[in-house]
Design a protein around this ligand. Structure first.
Ligand SMILES: [Fe+2]
Length: 318
């Protein structure tokens, strides 16, 4: 987990989660200390980014899913964790919102102009705003295709599901909205044909999926605007795999508008009995508490720098 809303340097390892405590992160100069250095830990910010590495036999593939909110946060965490940005073979955006698409400048700084493929839904370029009833509307930073291309990213637009890197990772493309309670983001609007129109569905929302042999699907959401339950069910339908092994990422259940759907979401996820549940980023503390209580063995709190190792079972190993 390269970017998330929280970092906790004291958290212990839990199940498949390995943390990144203070001593793991190299010191930085700091003149107020006697040695002229301190331990900075990692950067947390309101955004999301996950590095996904798959291994099948001797072959390994690495995809970056989202990039966080600030221009530099993702890159700082990559450097402090000692990761090789050159190993990233593709970038996938969960949707066009700025808290997932903010870190490209830092990534370009680490990699140079390397022609890295960037797979997005065509609606990520939409101009958007929030128009709450009780406050003035505020417009979101709009992602620029030409600016990303100028930074060296090779933009690929897809609405449909697609397999990346020798079929190691599935991108869902547009997610079928099948539950009756997951209705998207109220007050969210898009600029269409010269005026602001309601845009609660955020149709560009997509997730990445990995099938871990003998275990089931690992599904990673960005903000979960399509609905965490819709996304998990969509991934199962798309692949024909009958088991959800792990669900990680933002479930977007924070704030008063989403509190009414916490209970049906918790009930539906509990029914799917995932082995690992990591509600991160925009899930919100109330939903996290409910999910922790309802799925106590699966729930693991996230933190920046946490790595989750999910190994396959069966005769071929991982
Ligand atoms: Fe988000």
């Amino acid at each position: 987990m390269l970017v998330d809303n929280s970092y906790d340097a004291l958290m212990g390892d839990t199940g498949p989660a390995r943390r990144a405590p203070f001593p793991l992160v190299p010191a930085v100069p700091a003149p107020q200390f006697t040695d002229g250095a301190t331990l900075p830990g990692l950067v947390a910010e309101h955004g999301f980014s996950a590095l996904v590495t798959t291994r099948r036999g001797a072959s390994t593939h690495t995809v970056l899913f989202d990039t966080g909110v600030s221009p530099g946060g993702l890159a700082v965490n990559i450097e402090r964790l000692g990761l090789d940005a050159g190993a990233i073979e593709a970038v996938v955006l969960s949707h066009g919102h700025f808290d997932h698409a903010g870190g490209f400048a830092g990534l370009a700084r680490l990699r140079g102009r390397s022609g890295l493929p960037l797979t997005v839904h065509p609606l990520v370029w939409s101009r958007r705003r929030f128009a709450p009833a009780d406050r003035p509307p505020w417009e979101l930073p709009t992602l620029s295709r030409s600016a990303l291309q100028a930074e060296g990213f090779e933009v690929i637009e897809r609405r449909q599901p697609s397999l990346l890197l020798d079929g190691s990772i599935l991108i869902t493309g547009e997610v079928d909205r099948t539950t009756e309670f997951e209705r998207g983001l109220p007050m969210h609007e898009a600029w269409l044909d010269g005026r602001w129109e309601p845009d609660p569905l955020i149709l560009d929302d997509q997730s990445v999926v990995v099938h871990v042999r003998g275990r089931g699907l690992v599904v990673i959401t960005g903000c979960g605007h399509a609905g965490a339950v819709n996304i998990a069910r969509h991934a199962l339908r798309l692949t024909g795999v009958d088991r959800l092994h792990a669900l990680l990422g933002g479930f977007h259940l924070t704030g008063p508008a989403f509190e009414p759907i916490i209970e049906p979401t918790v009930a539906a996820l509990a029914e799917m009995t995932p082995d690992l549940l990591v509600p991160a980023h925009c899930t919100g503390w109330k939903a996290q508490h409910r999910l922790a209580a309802a799925l106590p063995t699966a729930f693991v709190p996230n933190a920046v720098g946490t790595s989750y190792t999910l190994a396959g079972s069966g005769s071929h190993g991982s």
